[in-house]
Design a protein around this ligand. Structure first.
Ligand code: 8X3
Length: 266
């Protein structure tokens, strides 16, 4: 395995990055990668113990700050953002990583509560964070919003329904922000990954904690790793200031559009 930092010396225009869902998987990989290139890191998630563990792994040279908050609690989120210590209050990069899928059945058998939580997390929280931070970025004429969409937003598959629709929302929001940001130096990008394995809890959460079902999906299948996505984030951020990567769709070599997956015989 290789990582971007070891190959390329990055010089960042940005100073502070806020990552939602930073307590595991893709979020924590992005936090570590960002720390590795000298960014100040704000880690936002619900699980304080996990955030502390990640923070401890960022290294003594990294300035970091924890926001222990549930992104679906918009009032709490507003308070957290309004009470950031001075040195972290200017957020240059927002990575909207927090997101989840709940349930694997078809739409006609889905629970309303699962749909509600997906909409609150994958759509409403992102909309709120963008609404809160974008004016400040535009005022400074510096900033980058990196959204974590999904290939699910591009290709329908059975059982995708609200999850896939929420990721289509993220893609469309990104495209529309790009239109509104015309004439500013603020950048906006959407990363659209396929299945990601490693230490992500995505599959476990989607299967409502059924470890066996989550593991079965991964058997004989080489998914993307969280570090793959973190490397893409750094690559996007490190483009020259006049370059905006609008969208990056990525899947492992054992996945194809529409969630066709290749499982090696075991
Ligand atoms: C998840 C990607 O392919 O499992 O965002 O729907 S996939």
């Amino acid at each position: 395995m290789w990582d971007y930092q070891s190959r390329v010396k990055l010089k960042m225009y940005y100073k502070t990055i806020l990552i939602t869902g930073a307590s595991s998987g893709i979020g924590s990989a992005i936090a570590k990668a960002a720390a590795g290139v000298g960014l100040q890191v704000i880690l936002l998630a619900r699980r304080l113990d996990r955030l502390r563990e990640i923070q401890a792994q960022l290294g003594v040279d990294t300035q970091s700050h924890i926001l222990n908050c549930d992104v679906t609690d918009l009032d709490a989120l507003r308070v957290c953002l309004n009470t950031l210590p001075d040195e972290f209050s200017r957020i240059d990069v927002l990575v909207n990583n927090a997101g989840l899928a709940l349930g694997v059945g078809n739409a006609q058998s889905a629970e309303w509560d699962d749909w509600r939580v997906m909409i609150d997390t994958n759509c409403k929280a992102i909309a709120f964070l963008v609404n809160f931070l974008l004016p400040k970025m535009v005022e400074r004429n510096l900033g980058h919003i990196v959204n974590l969409g999904s290939v699910a937003g591009n290709y329908p598959y059975p059982g995708g329904h609200i999850y896939a629709a929420s990721k289509a929302f993220v893609a469309e929001l990104t495209r529309n922000l790009k239109a509104d940001l015309l004439g500013t130096a603020v950048r906006v990008s959407n990363i659209e990954p396929g299945m990601v394995g490693g230490d992500t809890e995505f599959s476990l959460v989607r299967h409502h904690g059924d470890q066996q079902a989550a593991d079965k999906l991964r058997q004989g299948f080489q998914a993307l790793e969280p570090i793959d996505i973190a490397n893409i984030v750094l690559w996007i951020l490190n483009q020259p200031p006049h370059v905006n990567l609008n969208r990056v769709e990525v899947m492992s070599i054992t996945q194809a559009p529409g969630r066709m997956v290749y499982h090696k015989e075991t």
